[in-house]
Write a new protein. Structure first.
Length: 398
């Protein structure tokens, strides 16, 4: 066989000159290149067509993928937890997954405050002294504070931070899930200020606080970062940065979006901070109109703003954490609830729902037949959980 193949090669060499061989190879390469180019172009056209379709297509109905029966009162509320939801009210809290109720704990709370970080849940009774800690297995502990609770946040190891209020002072205290006090920070208005809001990082090692301050009779606002990790142990009072550029502008919202990124929202400003050992102001965006609502995710911050247009009295604006505006669109209604679903804005109340993409395309709108208690995005696009008094439906837009 080897000799026969060898003979073919010799015969080929005798039949063509060197220049003819080169021309033959070039022509063959050109034909192959053209075919590959056409194939790539076809694939790109399909991808572009699908991308345009997804970008501008909308849905007019939904398909129920699964359904769970529940027994919820009108005061029950829902929050996303693990792969499904928790349901809570003043009477108790439940963890519900795709198979039904995993656990159900009862309590008596007048005004429940709930915060979730990864698998941990903190529930407090506002203006009382009780905090309850839960995870996916149920109740893990409880904390009793020395002063009435204003706000709580939980970190991903079960560490809980609480803003407490006394007649003469405020306290920010941090506890482990067994109830042991780790940090106690006392604040006085005429010294370090009155805390408007606070937030802890997911790892529980950093905290940001917005303070109202008084200086020579003039009111002001500052944002202070604290670092409780080993890298902050040599700092005075664990302070990792102080930012007083707000002057008389009040900053009622501060929030960690990740371990190293936090936002502060003032009456007319959004500030984005980065913190490792020390805090640094990364971006500052001026907001021109009155803020009605603020909503956020790990990647974006959104606002519902008053709009100078009688036909569309509200406006949605969304920014990424680099200060780039990702969305600006006018709307007629100010819905009760606003949240992100991927690169969409989800708005709903007890009877209506609307989903708008960042490029302003209305992807879905509906009026429900019965009262809706909550909507939770599942995949950032087409799949959602719809919660009513009697059932939880997993649905897909179509």
């Amino acid at each position: 066989m080897a000799r026969k193949d060898s003979g073919k090669v010799r015969k080929f060499k005798k039949s063509f000159t060197g220049s003819q061989v080169v021309d033959f190879v070039k022509a063959h390469i050109n034909r192959v290149t053209i075919r590959i180019g056409i194939a790539i172009l076809a694939v790109l056209v399909v991808i572009a067509g699908y991308s345009i379709y997804k970008r501008y297509s909308s849905y007019d109905d939904y398909k129920v993928l699964s359904e769970i029966k529940t027994d919820s009162g009108s005061s029950s509320r829902y929050l996303p937890y693990m792969d499904f939801v928790i349901k809570y009210s003043g009477d108790g809290i439940s963890y519900i997954d795709s198979g039904g109720t995993v656990w159900d704990e009862t309590y008596q709370i007048k005004t429940p405050i709930v915060d979730i970080c990864d698998e941990y849940i903190a529930v407090a009774d506002k203006n009382s002294n009780n905090i309850y800690i839960y995870d996916e297995d149920g109740k893990q502990g409880n904390i009793t504070t020395g002063f009435p609770i204003i706000k709580v946040e939980v970190a991903n190891q079960g560490v809980v931070a609480a803003l407490l209020e006394d007649k003469n002072a405020n306290y920010i205290e941090v506890f482990d899930k067994e109830g042991n006090k780790l940090v106690s920070h006392k604040t006085l208005l005429d010294e370090n200020g009155y805390p408007l809001d606070f937030s802890i990082s997911d790892d529980g090692e950093k905290m940001v606080v917005s303070y109202i301050t008084v200086n020579n009779g003039a009111m002001g606002n500052k944002v202070v970062f604290y670092n409780f990790s080993n890298s902050g142990k040599n700092s005075e009072d664990k302070i990792a940065g102080e930012h007083a550029q707000y002057h008389e502008v009040m900053v009622p919202l501060v929030r960690f979006l990740s371990n190293d990124t936090a936002i502060a929202v003032g009456e007319n400003v959004l500030s984005v901070y980065h913190i490792k050992d020390k805090s640094e102001l990364e971006e500052e965006i001026k907001i021109s109109d009155e803020i009605q609502k603020v909503f956020y995710s790990e990647e974006y911050v959104g606002f519902i703003l008053e709009n100078n247009n009688s036909k569309n009295p509200y406006r949605i604006e969304v920014y990424d954490l680099h200060g780039k505006r990702k969305m600006k669109t006018e709307i007629k209604m100010d819905y009760d609830h606003v949240d992100f679903s991927g690169e969409h804005v989800l708005m709903y109340d007890d009877m209506n729902c609307r989903l708008i993409s960042f490029n302003g395309v209305e992807k879905f709108r509906t009026t429900f037949r019965g009262e809706m208690n909550g909507i939770v995005p599942v995949d950032g696009g087409r799949v959602f959980l719809f919660m009513t008094r009697s059932k939880i439906q997993k649905v897909k837009l179509k």
